[in-house]
Design a protein around this ligand. Structure first.
Ligand code: ATP
Ligand code: MG
Length: 559
């Protein structure tokens, strides 16, 4: 896992923590302890990866601990399938919660106890306003909220709360509310609901409970129970922080975690909310949660992203207090950076046409030993076979070239990468005028692609040997949406799906070394981009490659 390590750069969260632990390196006597608390109602996406990185990365930085906690207090849509997937994705990103894996639902009994404690202290009451009345009585900036139940006797609330738990009432009949401040300018503090009745089956606690704690009550308790020192969450919780503090200050627990908020990650030309991602899957806009166009961790993984590139991305975009949208191209840039250094080079012809070297003896073959990486000898070498018949990219030949075209056209010399210099002599066409074969003659003096007389040959093209190349399907991906912000349009976000987000090429020719490629192996196909073996559909006798990212980079260093 070591190679994936990207130590988190400094940020404002760390400045806060530095202040907190200035004396003795601890916070209230504790080592820095964070948690990542996903709700198991979908697969993790790149936004979650940022939160994973912020939480685990911060713990790493301070030599502290980070828990993994399933925040499963809301029984709708939660599923064990997601729990396993979330664990797998975090492991893949290179983080480890060791033995600290928890479920918020395991704390239901204690949460209930703390609610009873609040009632006994006169700090919570059972309110019988229904949802509609609650909204009506909510007040506004100039008018405080109201509840006729606020001052009911403690004994009565205790009795009703117990009966709520026992299932005596229907959903929505009553709630438990914290008694804080009906006139607060912060509406979260206007006696927020902390328990509601919900006769729902829970994926872990079954039918044991029919009342469930609200997030704002449950979350601080979960953190405090686990001894979290710093509860790092996204900005939308900023206005909930006073309630977070109120809860931990008013229950009998000796841990007072500090909540610190940071900006959510948004990326253009995609959507990030689990609800929308689920819609894309359920309505078959994509092939699944792991479709290589999805911004999910599994989608990115199948696309060919490395843990290192994702960690580097989350680190480079930084942690801030202001929400902003990052360009998709920057994520791609981070992948390219990693693959440029670490991916083996290979040759693949995506849209093949045959090149016949007419003066090369029939039946003869030659082998060339070529480097797998131009700068990194550790990646070794491989052999490529050269013979009379090759495949080249159809765009590398033009019968009538446009100006400055430096590849094959009648009379022009081109370097067949690592092999020989050839001179184009013509082509054969079918009745429709399509080029079916290109002809050239090689210069035997130019073995290895060198010109002993020093003459200039401008174009270099990639190729594969027709006799031993392997067939493959290659899938080219582009943005899933045609507009930067699919949510901002008039219609549904699905109206903006890019119909060309997946282009499948069925008859590609790869050099023979790629026949041995293993699932998830990554390569740079020369002049084309970075590709990986598809982990789902590729079979030894039917190879499928995904284009992870093209070579073109709009975020070149210094830009
Ligand atoms: P979504 O709206 O995509 O369902 P969520 O916030 O409901 O996201 P959770 O499972 O509750 O998803 O999130 C787990 C953690 O990940 C939370 O701490 C949340 O703040 C964080 N998180 C979710 N989305 C992002 C994002 N886009 N950028 C940074 N952090 C995120
Ligand atoms: Mg959520």
């Amino acid at each position: 896992m070591e190679e994936n390590k990207e130590v988190m750069s400094g940020n404002f969260i760390h400045s806060f923590i530095d202040e907190d632990i200035a004396e003795g390196g601890t916070y209230y006597g504790k080592k820095v302890h964070t948690r990542f608390p996903p709700e198991p109602n979908g697969y993790l996406h790149i936004g979650h990866a940022k939160a994973v990185f912020v939480n685990f990365g911060t713990a790493e930085k301070y030599n502290g601990l980070c828990n993994l906690r399933m925040d499963d207090t809301n029984p709708t849509k939660e599923d064990v399938e997601y729990v396993d997937a979330i664990k797998e994705d975090i492991k893949w990103l290179g983080f480890d919660w060791e033995d600290r894996f928890y479920f918020a639902s395991d704390y239901f009994e204690r949460m209930y106890g703390y609610a009873v404690e609040l009632i006994k202290k006169g700090l919570a009451y059972v309110c019988e306003l229904n949802g509609e009345q609650m909204r009506e009585y909510r007040g506004d900036l100039n008018t405080p909220a109201r509840s006729p139940y606020r001052d009911r006797p403690i004994e009565e609330s205790l009795d009703l709360f117990e009966r709520m738990r026992n299932g005596e009432f229907e959903d929505g009949a009553m709630t438990l509310r914290a008694k804080i401040d009906l006139a607060s300018g912060n509406f979260n503090m206007r006696d927020p609901v902390i328990y509601r009745i919900n006769h729902l089956h829970h994926h872990r606690t079954g039918d044991k409970w029919c009342i469930y704690p609200m997030y704002d009550f449950a979350h601080p308790i979960e953190d405090a129970i686990e001894g979290i020192t710093h509860s790092l969450c996204t900005l939308e919780f900023e206005a909930h922080r006073p309630l977070y503090d109120w809860v931990v200050d008013n229950i009998s627990i000796d841990c007072k975690p500090r909540q610190i908020e940071f900006a959510r990650l948004g990326i253009n030309n995609t959507v990030m909310s689990k609800r929308k991602l689920r819609k894309l899957v359920e309505e078959n806009y994509v092939s699944g949660w792991d479709d290589p166009r999805m911004p999910t961790i599994r989608g990115l993984r199948r696309r060919g992203y490395t843990p290192k590139s994702i960690r580097s991305f989350t680190d480079k975009i930084g942690v801030s207090k202001v929400n902003s949208i990052v360009e998709y191209g920057f994520l791609e840039h981070c992948l390219r950076d990693d693959l440029n250094e670490n991916a083996k080079r290979a040759m693949a012809v995506l849209d093949p046409v045959k090149l016949v070297i007419t003066n090369y003896p029939e039946g003869k073959t030659e082998e060339f030993e070529v480097e797998n990486h131009p700068q990194n000898p550790d990646l070794g070498t491989r052999t490529v076979t050269f013979s009379r018949e090759l495949y080249i990219e159809s765009t590398d030949f033009m019968e009538e070239p446009f100006k400055k075209y430096q590849r094959l056209y009648p009379g022009n010399e081109v370097r067949i990468k690592s092999a020989y210099i050839v001179k184009c002599t013509g082509c054969k066409k079918d009745e429709g005028g399509n080029v079916v074969e290109v002809y050239a003659e090689y210069d035997p003096e130019t073995r290895g692609g060198n010109t002993p007389d020093g003459r200039k040959v401008r174009g270099t093209i990639h190729w594969v040997n027709a006799g031993d190349c392997v067939n493959a399907e290659v899938r080219l991906y582009d943005n899933l949406f045609t507009v930067p912000d699919p949510d901002a349009g008039e219609g549904e976000f699905t109206d903006y799906i890019n119909p060309e987000s997946l282009v499948t090429l069925k008859d590609c020719k790869l050099e023979k070394a790629l026949a041995e490629a293993e699932k998830a192996d990554r390569f740079q196909f020369m002049r084309q981009g970075y590709f990986c073996v598809d982990t789902v559909d590729s079979k030894p006798d039917k190879l499928v490659f995904n284009r992870s990212v093209s070579l073109k980079d709009s975020f070149k260093k210094g830009k």
